[in-house]
Design a protein around this ligand. Structure first.
Ligand code: SF4
Ligand code: SF4
Length: 120
């Protein structure tokens, strides 16, 4: 999962709710400084399209102790970037915006990466 800078706050009125799309669809990169490890040194790095082993039907099973990489991530819709209106939540559309690039998913395969038109 590529990370944002960690300084973004969700736009007022938006929250992940029951969406967990990024826990499956995004790559989690194991790089110095990304803190993808749990306290017990298990690394959650994984390729895009692979479900995180900690993701359950009820959401993240280690939510309280999830690594920093998960705590810091927010997709563009959650941050209120203007290419994503209120109706464009990833759960509804299957699209995740990450720093201006929109990842379109089809049948849970690898994402097609293309830029979405800027609105307004
Ligand atoms: S894709 Fe966006 S809205 Fe969905 S769980 Fe991830 S950060 Fe939250
Ligand atoms: S550890 Fe939890 S929040 Fe992080 S990718 Fe896995 S299921 Fe999602």
């Amino acid at each position: 999962m590529r990370r944002n800078s960690g300084d973004g706050e969700p736009q007022k009125g938006r929250s992940c709710g029951t969406c967990t799309l990024c826990c499956t669809q995004l790559e989690i990169e194991s790089k110095p400084g990304y803190s993808t490890r749990l306290d017990n040194a298990e690394d959650i790095a994984k390729p895009a399209g692979q479900r995180c082993s900690y993701l359950t039907a009820r959401g993240c099973s280690i939510y309280e102790v999830r690594p920093l990489v998960c705590r810091q991530f927010a997709c563009d819709w959650l941050l209120g970037e203007k290419t994503f209106g209120p109706e464009d939540s990833p759960m509804k559309t299957g699209r995740i915006g990450v720093r201006g690039v929109t990842l379109h998913f089809q049948n849970h395969r690898q994402p097609q990466i293309r830029r979405s038109p800027i609105r307004g």
